[in-house]
Design a protein around this ligand. Structure first.
Ligand code: PMP
Length: 310
C-alpha cells in the first residue's frame, strides 16, 4: 500500500471507479443550486485480528437510500445489490485497513434551471474516507436545545435524508458550537424533542429506554433501529418510541446520541442541567459495548448485519 500522502483515492462516479480528484461536477448542477439530492453515511470497521474490514448494515442503508430517492422523485440507476457490490469494491480498491466512512449520494445531475423534482436526470456517486470518532464518545457531551426548529414532514421530509435539509442541521450545529456546546438538540414544530443535528437521541428513565417516534420529524436511523434490536434481544429492557417533552430530557437518568457518524455518544449536560450522575450510565454503557462488539465483527450473532470487504 502507498503511504497516506501519495495514496490515490478512488470514488464511484458516472458509472465508473475513478480517482476521486477527477470526479467533478459542473457549477450548473441542479443539486448544487437547490440541494436536490439525498445521501447515506455508512461506516466500515477494521478488525485487526481477522484482517477484515466490515461494512455495517449496507442493505438497510441502501434501502433507505432508495426510499429517499422515491420521496425526491429520483429513479436510482443502481439496485440495492449493485450498490452493495460497488461499495465493497470501492473500499477494497482504496485498500482501507482502518475504520472508514462511505458517502453515497444520489443527486439531480442535470444542468437545469428552476427548482423542481420531476423530469430531471439524476446520478449516483460514492466516495470513501478513513474515519475514527466524529464526536467525543468518551467524555460526555454538553448539549443545547437549539433555537432552530427541526424541519417537518411537510417542509423537507427528514425521512428523506435530503442534502438541502442539512442547512437546518448546520444552523443548529454552528449555533451550538459557537456558543461553547458540543452538539444541538432539535425540538420539532410542536415543541417536543426530535433529534440531534446528525443523530438520533435516546433517554433512559426508570430503566426504560425512550426515543422519539418516526412522527417527531426524525431520520429513520439505522443505528437507532440497531439499538432497539440490541435492547430487546440482549438486555430485555422496555423500549418506548414516543413523544418526549423538553423538560423530560433534564430529568432523564441517562441520555445519549446515536448515529453512524457519532456512533454512541453519551450526554453529560443539557442546557446546563447535569444528566443523571454526570457520568456514562449503565444502560448506555452496555449498549455502547454491545454495539462496538457487533460493528467490529466480534459478536458473531449479528454477522448478517455486516458485509466483508476482503
Ligand atoms: N438523524 C440525522 C439528521 C442524521 O443525519 C443521522 C445520520 N445519518 C441520523 C439521525 C442517524 O442515522 P443513522 O443511524 O442511520 O446513521
Amino acid at each position: 500500500m502507498a503511504s497516506d500522502d501519495q495514496r490515490i483515492d478512488y470514488a464511484y462516479f458516472q458509472g465508473k471507479i475513478i480517482p476521486t480528484n477527477e470526479a467533478n461536477i459542473s457549477i450548473k448542477t441542479h443539486a448544487l443550486q437547490y440541494g436536490t439530492g439525498c445521501f447515506c453515511g455508512i461506516r466500515a470497521y477494521w478488525n485487526e485480528k481477522e484482517n477484515q474490514l466490515y461494512a455495517f448494515r449496507l442493505k438497510d442503508h441502501y434501502k433507505r437510500f432508495h426510499d429517499s430517492a422515491k420521496i425526491l422523485m429520483m429513479k436510482p440507476k443502481l439496485s440495492i445489490e449493485e450498490l452493495i457490490e460497488i461499495t465493497r469494491k470501492l473500499l477494497a480498491k482504496n485498500e482501507y485497513r482502518q475504520n472508514s466512512y462511505i458517502r453515497p449520494i444520489m443527486y439531480k445531475s442535470a444542468l437545469a434551471l428552476s427548482p423542481r423534482l420531476h423530469d430531471i436526470e439524476d446520478d449516483i456517486a460514492i466516495y470513501t474516507l478513513p474515519m475514527d470518532d466524529y464526536l467525543d464518545i468518551n467524555n460526555g457531551l454538553k448539549c443545547k436545545v437549539s433555537s432552530w426548529i427541526r424541519i417537518t414532514e411537510n417542509m423537507i421530509p427528514t425521512r428523506s435524508k435530503a442534502t438541502g435539509g442539512y442547512i437546518n442541521s448546520a444552523l443548529a450545529k454552528s449555533e451550538a458550537i459557537l456558543n461553547g456546546y458540543d452538539e444541538a438538540i432539535f425540538l420539532d414544530h410542536n415543541g417536543n424533542i426530535s433529534e440531534g443535528s446528525a443523530e438520533n437521541i435516546f433517554i433512559v428513565r426508570d430503566g426504560k429506554l425512550i426515543t422519539p417516534s418516526f412522527t417527531d420529524s426524525i431520520l429513520e436511523g439505522i443505528t437507532r433501529r440497531s439499538i432497539i434490536e440490541i435492547a430487546k434481544n440482549e438486555m430485555k429492557i422496555d423500549i418506548q418510541e414516543r413523544t418526549i417533552g423538553r423538560s423530560e430530557l433534564y430529568i432523564a437518568d441517562e441520555a445519549f446520541f446515536c448515529g453512524t457518524g457519532v456512533q454512541i455518544a453519551w450526554i453529560k449536560e443539557i442546557d446546563k442541567r447535569v444528566i443523571g450522575k454526570g457520568e456514562i450510565g449503565p444502560i448506555t454503557k452496555k449498549i455502547r459495548e454491545t454495539y462496538f462488539n457487533i460493528v467490529t465483527g466480534n459478536n458473531k450473532s449479528y454477522k448478517n448485519w455486516l458485509t466483508e470487504v476482503y
